[in-house]
Write a protein that binds this ligand. Structure first.
Ligand code: SF4
Ligand SMILES: [Zn+2]
Ligand SMILES: [Zn+2]
Length: 313
């Protein structure tokens, strides 16, 4: 349904009723031109992130939220005409009651519609504890510190088991701007240099691609609505403790006052990315002494956190 305040506003391209105003460019777009506007940028940016060979195997990390669902559909549509490109969906079940169980169903439904294999890996199976059990420890470290490390490990493990070449995630432009700013503020230049997409293949680590990194969050939402996609629209109960929330507010406020800020933050990062990667090249990885997974230290982060849990339990 078209919001009343847009009723008389026409698409800048075809004069049909506009469904949105792109504040940072001033364009008004109808649903068809909005969809094309999103898809064109995704296609162009994906090419920039590396060639997709005809026999590529790509896994998409799909939580069930709008970003990962849109990413799954976009990649499916993009590679539909190339039957040798194999797509998989991976969902990590962190074990968060009332939150993840509902989204798993949504992912499965979308995979059924698209004919994509869906694989689930749970914290319970991979590390022996659910996120709810970890949260009950009330560790000062915060739930997200555990969740982020375990989720990365689960995704990498499942992607390796599936033998894929790339792992696609649904990070949008807002996520990118927040991460860039957060790493600057924390002075973590090494982490900044390692933000995906990954060009160098590290043994034991599946490189990431970020198909929707140039699409703002609101456009992801609108795209999902226009295309009538089913997604899981709920907030993780532990998200209130996430540090990222502060940076979300800062970026939202900057964008509201100066439309285009997210793009500027992202473009500034793109300008210095090569220099950062030269100064902080990927280090040669060892095998974790405990589990054998790749790590720059003696023990990987998963094993360090598991040891911490053992002490707290
Ligand atoms: S908000 Fe934190 S605990 Fe919840 S899913 Fe995200 S990283 Fe995990
Ligand atoms: Zn139009
Ligand atoms: Zn380990």
């Amino acid at each position: 349904m078209i919001p009343a305040f847009l009723i008389m506003i026409l698409c800048s391209k075809c004069h049909k009723p506009a469904i949105t105003v792109i504040r940072y460019s001033g364009a008004h777009l109808c649903s068809q031109h909005f969809v094309e506007f999103v898809e064109r940028r995704v296609k162009k940016d994906l090419k920039k992130q590396g060639k997709t060979m005809n026999n590529s195997r790509i896994a998409v990390a799909v939580s069930g939220g709008k970003d990962s669902i849109v990413t799954l559909h976009l990649l499916h549509d993009l590679f539909e005409s190339r039957p040798l490109v194999q797509l998989y969906a991976i969902t990590v079940d962190e074990g968060i009651k009332g939150y993840r169980d509902a989204s798993l169903e949504v992912v499965q439904k979308n995979c059924n519609i698209l004919g994509i294999e869906h694989h689930v890996i749970s914290f319970k199976d991979a590390v022996g504890k659910t996120m709810d059990e970890i949260a009950a420890l009330h560790d000062d470290l915060g739930e997200c510190s555990y969740c982020g490390v375990f989720r990365r490990m689960c995704l990498n493990t499942m992607a390796k088991d599936l033998g894929v070449d790339k792992l696609a995630t649904g990070h949008n432009l807002d996520d990118m701007a927040q991460s860039i700013l957060m790493n600057f503020v924390n002075g973590d230049m090494q982490k900044l240099a390692r933000l995906g997409p990954h060009e160098r293949i590290q043994p034991g680590l599946i490189p990431r691609v970020l198909p929707v990194r140039t699409i703002p969050e609101k456009e992801m939402m609108l795209y999902a609505f226009v295309k009538n996609m089913k997604f899981h629209n709920a907030e993780c109960p532990y998200s209130t403790r996430a540090l990222r929330g502060q940076f979300r507010c800062i970026v939202d406020d900057l964008e509201y006052r100066n439309p285009g800020t997210r793009h500027s933050i992202f473009q500034s990062y793109e300008c210095i990315r090569e220099m950062l990667m030269e100064k902080y090249p990927p280090v040669d990885l060892n095998h974790c002494l405990q589990c054998g997974e790749p790590t720059s230290q003696k023990l990987c982060k998963t094993c360090i956190l598991l040891e911490r849990i053992r002490r707290l339990f």
